[in-house]
Design a protein around this ligand. Structure first.
Ligand code: GLU
Length: 300
């Protein structure tokens, strides 16, 4: 019996807050290579690769950046196997997922402002913060105390989430302790990345997530959401980050330079080096083909 033609679906999911930079191309190239290598290693089963534009956080999006990103990817020969999706057009799906979680008491409305959270944390002597975010002390978990809902949060049970990253190996996190009850829908009505990414990965049948290592820390939250929504958990591979001269990871926030894809092979070679693939000369197509082969050889 032939395996199903879509046993592998991967995706690249850029936020259009600016053009692609050298770091984002690493994730794009790795996810594309992983999908194409699947086809080589599983004859008769094509790997599908999709592009999803994560434009929910409109205040952070830059007008036209989505088109620029799609153009940069096309310059590099990385073309989506289906029409790209824009998350801003899919909010009814995220609302339905939130309602499912509310109905199952796995999410709750929260009336706390940031100041409220800071005060409770200060009073309990735990100024606990993770990255820049405060760990929510659970104030509204059992009711709004007469206030109105500002945001909606996931009710994270105390448990250790174990998961295996294909590069980083076994990982673990107790979300309730290390992150807290995280936001699903913000006070400004915007659905959080965690919820949207889980809903869309499942809706698009994504079996393999390949993305930058800066996102690895989000995976346990996404696994909890998948379990709560009865959705499958994909395989995860987090790719090495590109660091700037100051040692910080390149990001649009620290003004990483837009990737110049007028010379696509140079851009691709730089990304390939980060992925420990050999530098290639020749045409773009020849280089991509050689890297697919190399990726397939080291990804049985
Ligand atoms: N949109 C996210 C970003 O650009 C990536 C989401 C993902 O790959 O899960 O950082």
């Amino acid at each position: 019996m032939n395996p199903p033609a879509t046993a592998y679906t991967g995706r690249f999911a850029p936020s259009p807050t600016g053009p692609l930079h050298a770091g984002s191309l690493v994730a794009a190239l790795a996810s594309w290579l992983d999908a194409r290598a699947w086809g080589l290693n599983h004859p008769g089963s094509n790997g599908r690769w999709l592009i999803r534009i994560e434009d929910l956080d409109q205040p952070r999006c830059l007008a036209g950046a989505d088109r620029v990103i799609l153009g940069q990817l096309a310059d590099c020969g990385l073309l989506s196997d289906a029409a790209p999706l824009w998350q801003s057009q899919r909010t009814p799906l995220y609302q339905a997922a939130l309602e499912q979680l509310l109905a199952n008491a796995q999410a709750y409305p929260c009336g706390c402002s940031r100041k409220d959270v800071e005060q409770v944390l200060a009073a309990s002597g735990s100024g606990r913060a993770r990255h820049d975010e405060l760990i929510y002390p659970g104030t509204c978990r059992h009711g709004l105390h007469g206030r109105s809902a500002r945001a909606w949060r996931f009710a994270a049970a105390s448990e250790t989430v174990l998961w295996t990253d294909r590069r980083l190996g076994l990982q673990q996190q107790d979300v309730s302790l290390q992150v807290g009850d995280f936001v699903l829908k913000r006070a400004d009505g915007v659905f959080a990345y965690q919820l949207a990414v889980v809903v869309d990965d499942a809706a698009q049948g994504v079996s393999h997530v390949v993305r930058g290592e800066d996102l690895a820390d989000n995976t346990p939250r996404q696994i909890l959401l998948q379990r709560a929504l009865g959705l499958p958990t994909p395989h995860y591979l987090h790719t090495p980050l590109v660091r700037g001269a100051d040692g910080d990871k390149l990001s649009k926030q620290n003004q990483a330079q837009a990737l110049d894809t007028r010379a696509p092979l140079a851009a691709l070679n730089a990304a390939a080096t980060v992925l420990a693939l050999p530098a290639m000369s020749g045409t773009r197509a020849e280089a991509l083909q050689a890297w697919v082969r190399a990726w397939a050889d080291r990804t049985p």
